[in-house]
Design a protein around this ligand. Structure first.
Ligand code: UDX
Length: 447
């Protein structure tokens, strides 16, 4: 009989994973402890903007006309225990308040709630990003609490999906990494991922600690790459060089590669910042803190970018104070094709300028609702044009496609001054300059 799969936690990761598992042909039951989320998903809707996700949900959620009916949702642990052969744990691990370490309470409580309902053989698969050593600890917990005893086994299978590409990354992953302690666990996971493996996704089998470390080291590498190019942007600015050209030129070296070398206001979001901090905290506990001190520098280069953008904006409005000035901010999300504003560099810059007395008006194609909730005192406009109306300076802080398609002439007509600061190095400087704008970007010559 085909495997039956459950997905515990239906946030970004879980909702996408559940829908993708149904798309791969499995019967899937998703669980969340928040009844409102379950109601929404059961209606085929998701609480966030993620291209393509609602479509595959609606294709599979039971009760929706024309669906395969393979995907259902519940709040009952008992139902989940009885239903699943493979249980994916996809709850989040945010940064602890006032500390670098990550908060494991959602993971711990998911395991504590699930284990007593594991009365038959089952594989529990952790997907959440956790500090190394967690899997070994959770395996013990499972063995102690599950009525099925040793038949309830653990595996660790980190997830590398990017927001904005979550569906694609889940259905066609770059690689599948599984930390297992038995052949049975490996066999079950090969069955789950048979389709992507047949399509060519590499399947890497490791022990628990390595699987956990693959995730945190991959994110640390990406963060380092971004901070590296941003450090080069600082040097370029001091030496009158052009970081965009520099990135292009070093990127042709295949050993370096051109991806993730876009200089600008740096990385944010719900993953990279908190993951590198949690990694440093864990390395400290393990006595290996020296190995990761460079991540402190990666973090501080990154945070410095936000402050630098604020200073460029201050210079653009006269150099002393933001009082009495109007600042248009294009973009609020931490990256395009997402409505996520968690630790968003764009919103952080907007907030800093606002707190220093500037009148800030923000527009974002998808992030308005979340931005308003997080930062209700900022001004918000319904369109980019409205945000720019009367502005002394325009800040381009999230590289949405629609911002690249803006008409510099039309914007110039409503702006008080034609000054544009490109915090993402994504707009065509020649086009803006040709329309009479002073275009300034991070790490590039001023004229
Ligand atoms: C990241 C990892 O890519 C993913 O594998 C992991 O599972 C979760 O964390 P995500 O948070 O969705 O994914 O965003 P990502 O596309 O990695 O971008 C992160 C941040 O880096 C964004 O704020 C983006 O604007 C910034 N970035 C990215 C740059 O500043 N420059 C770049 O060249 C690339």
């Amino acid at each position: 009989m085909a495997l039956r799969i459950t997905v515990i936690g239906t946030g970004y990761l879980g909702a996408t994973h559940a829908a993708a598992m149904a798309e791969l042909g499995f019967e899937v039951l998703g669980l969340d402890v928040v009844p409102e989320k379950i109601e929404l998903l059961q209606a085929g809707r998701v609480p966030m903007y993620e291209p393509g996700l609602e479509e595959i949900l609606q294709k599979h959620v039971a009760g929706i006309e024309g669906s395969t009916g393979r995907l259902r949702f519940t709040t009952s642990w008992e139902e989940v225990g009885a239903f699943g052969d493979v249980h994916f744990v996809c709850v989040n691990t945010p940064q602890k308040h006032g500390e670098y370490a990550c908060d494991m309470s959602y993971v711990d409580s998911a395991f504590a709630s699930l284990a007593p309902h594991l009365t038959r053989p089952a594989l529990v698969v952790g997907k959440s990003t956790v500090p190394v050593g967690s899997a070994a600890r959770l395996a013990k917990l499972l063995a102690g609490l599950a009525p099925a005893g040793a038949d309830a086994e653990l595996a660790w299978n980190p997830e590398f999906l990017r927001e904005g590409f979550a569906v694609k990354d889940t259905l066609h992953p770059d690689r599948i990494v599984v930390g297992v302690e038995s052949e049975r666990a490996e066999k079950l996971l090969r069955e789950v991922y048979a389709v992507p493996v047949a399509e060519g996704s590499p399947f890497v089998v490791t022990d628990f600690p390595t699987a956990e470390l693959v995730k945190t080291s991959a994110n640390s590498f990406l963060a380092t790459k971004i901070s590296f190019i941003n450090a080069m942007a600082e040097v370029c600015e001091a030496a009158d060089g052009d970081v965009v050209k520099l990135a292009e030129a070093i990127g042709y070296d295949e050993r370096i590669g051109s991806k993730f070398l876009r200089a600008g206001i740096g990385f944010g979001g719900g993953c990279l910042p908190k993951d590198i901090r949690a990694f440093m905290a864990r390395a400290g506990e393990l006595g290996a803190d020296q190995a990761l001190t460079f991540l402190r520098e990666v973090d501080s280069i990154n945070m410095r970018r936000r402050g630098h953008m604020v200073e460029l904006a201050r210079e653009a409005v006269g150099g002393s104070s933001f009082l009495g000035t109007r600042v248009a901010v294009l973009g609020a999300t931490f990256k395009p094709d997402s409505d996520d504003v968690r630790d968003s560099p764009a919103l952080n810059v907007a907030g800093q300028i606002h707190l220093q007395g500037g009148q800030v008006t923000v527009f974002d194609p998808k992030g308005m609702e979340n931005a308003r909730r997080l930062f209700p005192t900022l001004g918000y406009a319904d369109t980019a044009l409205d945000a720019v109306r009367g502005a002394d300076v325009v800040l381009h802080l999230t590289e949405w496609r629609e911002f690249r398609e803006l008409d510099p002439e039309a914007l110039g007509e409503v702006a008080a001054h034609r000054i544009l600061l490109d915090g993402r190095n994504a707009l065509d400087s020649a086009v803006w300059r040709a329309a009479g704008w002073t275009y300034r970007a991070m790490g590039r010559p001023t004229a």
